[in-house]
Design a protein around this ligand. Structure first.
Ligand SMILES: Cc1cc2nc3c(=O)[nH]c(=O)nc-3n(C[C@H](O)[C@H](O)[C@H](O)COP(=O)(O)O)c2cc1C
Length: 161
């Protein structure tokens, strides 16, 4: 990547003003469930339904996320800040203190009871991009909920009015 690029701190400052919703992405491993809080989640395609999530290379859960055949996107509603922070905490016992269940799609990850809707995905492509990995997921099964998303902007959680 030749030529000038934006300063990293300025990039993070600008992105901090960009309001996003908060999801918890989970996978199953032979050693048990793994999950991280993400904001880097977007819709890529409708037909077929494809999404992507970006996983930081410094995340302890990176190997589990990349190795899994699929993942579940748990859409978190307002009022779940504590769970979002738990799943953003390195080394925490993330699944010991929340309610969860197995997905219907065998390759997907655990479903958190607090999620208001979920996408159960099969990972169809993994792309190394800068300091992140991008995991593309084909949505094998999804639910549609009725709640307001937990939002994150200006480096803090906020609520939709
Ligand atoms: C609001 C919020 C959004 C986050 N978004 C992402 C993200 O999109 N991708 C990512 O890799 N980490 C993201 N993180 C950080 C991870 O949640 C965190 O590094 C990870 O859960 C640490 O746990 P681990 O080291 O046990 O994997 C976010 C954290 C917070 C609080």
């Amino acid at each position: 990547m030749d030529g000038a690029v934006m300063d990293g701190e300025d990039f993070k400052d600008a992105m901090s003003r960009h309001a996003v919703s908060v999801e918890i992405v989970t996978v199953n491993t032979t050693e048990g469930p793994v999950g991280i809080t993400v904001s880097a989640f977007v819709s890529v395609s409708v037909d077929p339904p494809i999404v992507l999530v970006c996983v930081d290379k410094i995340t302890g859960s990176l190997d589990a996320m990349i190795s899994a055949d699929g993942y579940t996107v748990n859409f978190m509603p307002q009022g779940t800040e504590d769970t979002a922070m738990l799943f953003a905490t390195r080394g925490a016992d993330k699944f010991g203190s929340v309610e969860w269940s197995d997905p219907e799609t065998p390759v997907a990850g655990p479903i958190l009871a607090e999620a208001f809707q979920v996408f159960e995905c099969e990972t169809i492509q993994r792309t190394e991009m800068g300091d992140h990995w991008v995991l593309y997921g084909l949505v094998r099964r999804g639910t549609v909920g009725d709640a307001k998303s937990l939002l994150y902007v200006n480096r803090g959680f906020t609520e939709l009015r």
